[in-house]
Write a protein of this length. Structure first.
Length: 148
């Protein structure tokens, strides 16, 4: 994680993607990108880059659908030998940031299994600046300006 090896931890990444169908396909549906296709949700073991589980969904499937995330995560954990499930780190993007998924992740921890997680997305300095109103930005800028 962050270019560092987490010894003894298995890192599971949950992520979805859009796949555009260029011709009529069974199960394809309109996507947010104005085309038809699919919106599969997958889980990968970051330690080895192996795909652990995949759920093929229509293009109009919700990004933060808890039931889909729970199903894929459950299937992914089942792919890992039980003796190796004692220390899990689950990473999900902004679509995974739902109260239901957080509660589910918390419920996975047992006396024999530690489960850590991160849900969200990277925030850059440009994101912070663009989210501030001009008034707040000017106050912040004046406060932290380095004197010349």
């Amino acid at each position: 994680m962050g270019g560092k090896l987490l010894a003894g931890w298995l890192v599971i990444d949950l992520d979805a993607t859009l796949i555009i169908a260029r011709s009529e396909k069974e199960g394809a549906a309109p996507t947010v990108k104005k085309g038809d296709g699919f919106h599969p949700l997958g889980a990968w073991l970051a330690n080895t880059t192996e795909s652990l589980a995949m759920l093929l969904r229509p293009g109009n499937a919700g990004s933060n659908t808890f039931a889909d995330h729970a199903a894929v995560l459950t299937a992914a954990i089942r792919q890992i030998p039980s003796r190796m499930r004692s220390r899990l780190l689950v990473r999900a993007g902004g679509a995974g940031a739902s109260h239901e998924l957080i509660a589910h992740l918390l419920s996975l921890a047992t006396p024999r299994r530690t489960v850590l997680f991160t849900c969200g997305w990277a925030i850059t300095g440009a994101d912070v600046i663009s989210s501030l109103s001009p008034r707040v930005f000017n106050v912040w800028h004046e406060r932290f300006r380095v004197p010349s």
